[in-house]
Design a protein around this ligand. Structure first.
Ligand code: TYD
Ligand code: MG
Length: 479
């Protein structure tokens, strides 16, 4: 039982439990429950004095001022924020330690400082360290006002005094603490209270507050998830440590769409914007190798072409291995089962390795067809055509199902010089816009109705009788 005056709080999700446990019942994380003292602030029943004034209730329609957004000038960042930062809003930038959050925000701060006052409060690095980084990024000349501080009281006092800045960066919220609270910095109580105070001031004075939050698997530091409901915008900065590209993703945005991504490349001179991510992901592709297929994907609202690689090798004794990087292993198991059961391929005796090149993580079910193509190509030793892209979801009976944003995928494939697209059958149906003939210059469309049609292409055998396929007669060499 909790001792009097203390409670048990999960540092990952903020759930409160009556007693300590190894695993949080609410979010399922392990070793995240920490005992925290409860401040004795039990509210008494509201007396007549505490009653407020009646508020005016209004209709939904009314004249509202358009939000004036502040563009940082870093195009990829502005895109993810919905076209710029909204004054008075709070933005949380979450991500694994070492992924590049401080680098990104220093670049954003420097870009914003060209137009107005920007304060950068570093709780993790000393002033000299931040200066060295700025020097390396070539930003030392930017008029950013820098401070190394962790006491929220001091930060608030600084921001209260003088004219309000345009934007304030707090790096990171986990290092901030409020003196009157007993808990250690980084605990849910401290993180929440610190953020609350900073956000309140930001709303009052009309500056943008950008909070950095670390996410750790161990949950040693409070995950920024407890902050997600307090801020207006939540951005996640993702990427594989060993790879140079990074994706900034909006997961919540009260002022814009959440399906936007920004792509950056981490270089020795900081983060560079990548305007054409597909070219980056396909840069090291070697044509005419078996076991590879290009997936025409869509991340957020951006088309993204990426190579899926598969390797099948005879398994040694015991259960065969299934190793997946960048995709869902459950989905791989499903595609393998469908290939076995519906197409008669013998895969059970093979180790299967699947890799999404470049370190990208794909979550779209539309990648099924590209994965299947890579697997069949590896099994048969027949390379897929270097000029072909694949997309389509696979159902359990082996049917290839339609996916969204076909035109966007085809356009991107055409832009990168792909001549052919293997994709689901397009049916202009009820409630769906009938798509016209493919735009001139776009890739030739080859409709795959069933997974067997795909397998037949690699085997060089005739297509399944009765299968639908518009361009089959034309055929494509190389598949
Ligand atoms: P950092 O921004 O400190 O990460 P975070 O704030 O998310 O913990 O940067 C992390 C890594 O980025 C660091 O290991 C070194 C690398 N890096 C570069 O490759 N180039 C650069 O110009 C900078 C500043 C950092
Ligand atoms: Mg940092």
């Amino acid at each position: 039982m909790a001792r009097k005056g203390s409670r048990y709080v999960c540092q990952a999700c903020g759930a409160t439990q009556p007693r300590w446990a190894g695993r949080c019942e609410s979010c399922g994380e392990w070793n995240t429950i920490v005992e925290e003292p409860i401040a004795e602030t039990i509210p008494r029943a509201l007396g007549p004095k505490a009653r407020g004034r009646a508020i005016e209730l209004v209709g939904l329609k009314g004249a509202s001022e358009p939000v004036g957004r502040r563009r940082s000038g870093l195009g990829e960042f502005d895109r993810v924020c919905g076209g710029g930062l909204v004054p008075g809003s709070a933005v949380l930038v979450g991500g694994d330690p070492g992924i590049g959050k401080s680098t990104l925000l220093l670049q954003v701060a420097a870009a914003l400082a060209r137009a107005g006052a920007v304060v950068y409060v570093s709780g993790e690095e000393a002033v000299d360290q931040v200066r060295m980084r700025a020097e390396r990024l070539g930003l030392a000349g930017a008029p950013v006002q820098l401070a190394a501080a962790t006491n929220v009281g001091d930060v608030l006092a600084t921001l209260e005094a003088g004219p309000a800045p345009e934007a304030v960066v707090i790096d990171s919220i986990q290092t901030m603490f409020i003196e009157v609270l007993d808990s250690a910095p980084g605990t849910v109580a401290q993180v929440r209270a610190s953020a609350q105070e900073l956000i309140r001031l930001a709303k009052r004075r009309g500056f943008v507050v950008l909070l950095v939050g670390h996410v750790t698997k161990e949950g040693v530091i409070a995950g920024p998830r407890v902050l997600e409901h307090m801020v207006d915008t939540v951005l996640y900065f993702e990427g594989e440590r060993g790879h140079q590209f990074r994706i900034l993703r909006a997961v919540k945005n009260r002022f814009g769409p959440t399906d936007e991504i920004g792509v950056f490349e981490m270089t020795s001179a900081g983060l560079l914007e990548v305007e054409n991510p597909s070219a980056l992901f396909l840069a090291e592709r070697r044509g005419n190798v078996s076991g590879a297929a290009v997936f025409a994907g869509v991340e957020g609202r951006r088309p993204l072409l990426v190579e899926v690689q598969a390797l099948l090798a005879p398994a040694a004794v015991g259960a065969p291995r299934r190793a997946v990087v960048g995709w869902d292993s459950g989905r791989l198991a499903m595609v393998l089962a469908v290939l076995e059961a519906r197409c008669g391929l013998a895969l059970a005796g093979n180790d299967v390795y699947l890799n999404v090149a470049g370190g990208l993580r794909i979550t779209e079910p539309a990648a099924d067809l590209a994965v299947a193509a890579a697997l069949v190509s590896s099994l048969t030793g027949v390379p897929s055509s270097a000029g072909a892209v694949f997309f389509g979801e696979i159902g359990l009976s082996g049917e290839v199902r339609a996916v969204g944003q076909t035109d966007l995928r085809l356009k991107e494939a055409a832009k990168l010089g792909f001549a052919e697209a293997l994709m689901p059958v397009r049916r202009p149906g009820k409630g769906r816009r009938a798509e016209g003939p493919r735009p001139a210059g776009g890739p030739a469309v080859r409709e795959i109705g069933h997974l067997q049609d795909l397998v037949a292409l690699f085997r060089g055998t005739a297509a399944r009788p009765g299968a639908r396929g518009r361009d089959r007669a034309g055929g494509s060499a190389g598949i």
